[in-house]
Design a protein around this ligand. Structure first.
Ligand code: ATP
Length: 307
């Protein structure tokens, strides 16, 4: 069985009457890259800050690496690294000097911790350039290097891709994939743009108004977002037989007794209509659908104008 890296149960944070996080149940297994997706103010930072013990939950439990109780959890926190707010780096110090400062301050043993972290964050060639001359991408990577200095087994990243240009996003994503592959680092990463996490996350949690609306694997999500013909019929079982026998396809999904998603025949809706009608299936609609990731998320939270 895969090692449970993080479990939260009923994790709740209340600010006055407002619920910033409302009974959140998260499950992260070793090696997963979990994308926490929600608009600004949805509660992502609050959840991550509770996991890192930067803020105290109002209610609920957190278990890191199977730990029971706060004392054991506190010990396990040494196996985590986090990038929550942009850390304050010294503008006139270079990447190595900044990390060395934090290494000493945090009591992380071994000077090679700095070199390893710079390497893992793709910052080995920044030389003597002071932090104040870094691009945003370099600044974010230095934040990542700082979070990696203790070689964490669980990495928590709050909106690390925010504001990066497309090239910066690809670079950052590749660094995370490499860490995940080479060190089996489990990663929890938040974003308000679902597509930023595409080709990275292996699992998604969608959050809105402090509520975790859905957890879904990346494979299942891309299946749900595949282009299809949505068929509205009076008898899905009968329609499914027609698809298999007359159209020789099994590439469909029966969503309910009256809705089928057909992933084949996308360019031949007329052929599908004819076969179903000729077999006596009542057909009220054949609609091409090509939901992309962003549409899926907006559909889930009820549209852009949801207050
Ligand atoms: P963003 O990306 O904008 O940071 P988020 O999804 O991370 O959004 P949070 O920062 O967790 O969201 O905020 C969730 C809600 O909790 C918001 O309504 C926010 O105003 C509120 N909140 C967060 N921190 C505090 C605080 N210290 N005091 C009062 N309310 C807070």
């Amino acid at each position: 069985m895969a090692e449970q890296v993080l479990t939260t149960r009923g994790l709740t944070k209340r600010y006055g009457h407002a619920l910033a996080a409302d009974h959140i149940n998260l499950d992260l297994e070793r090696g997963q890259i979990y994308g926490l997706v929600g608009r600004n103010g949805a509660g992502k930072t609050t959840i991550i800050r509770m996991i890192t013990a930067q803020t105290t939950p109002t209610e609920g439990d957190i278990s890191l690496f199977g730990a029971q109780g706060e004392r054991e959890n506190a010990r396990m926190r040494a196996r985590t690294g986090a990038m929550v707010e942009t850390p304050s780096f010294y503008p006139y110090l270079n990447a190595r000097q900044n990390l060395e400062y934090y290494r000493i301050q945090r009591g992380i043993p071994g000077r090679n911790a700095v070199d390893e972290a710079l390497e893992a964050a793709g910052l080995t060639d920044t030389g003597t350039k002071p932090f104040k001359h870094f691009s945003l991408g370099m600044k974010q990577r230095l934040g990542l290097a700082l979070a990696l200095m203790n070689r964490p087994d669980l990495l928590l990243l709050d909106e690390p891709i925010n504001g990066l240009d497309p090239e910066g996003i690809v670079e950052f994503r590749n660094l995370l994939l490499k860490l995940n592959r080479d060190r089996q680092t489990t990663i929890l990463i938040s974003s308000h743009i679902l597509s930023e996490l595409a080709n990275l996350a292996t699992c998604y949690g969608f959050i809105d108004h402090g509520v975790l609306l859905e957890q879904i694997s990346a494979a299942r999500l891309s299946e749900k977002c595949r282009a299809c013909l949505e068929l509205r019929v009076d008898d899905a079982a009968k329609a499914a037989r027609v698809l298999e026998e007359d159209l020789a396809t099994r590439d469909f999904e029966v969503l309910s007794p009256s809705v089928i998603r057909l992933y084949s025949h996308l360019d031949r809706p007329g052929e599908v209509t004819r076969a179903l009608v000729e077999a006596g299936v009542g057909l009220s609609a054949v609609e091409p659908q090509g939901a992309n990731l962003e549409d899926y998320f907006l559909g889930l939270i009820g549209g852009v104008h949801h207050a």
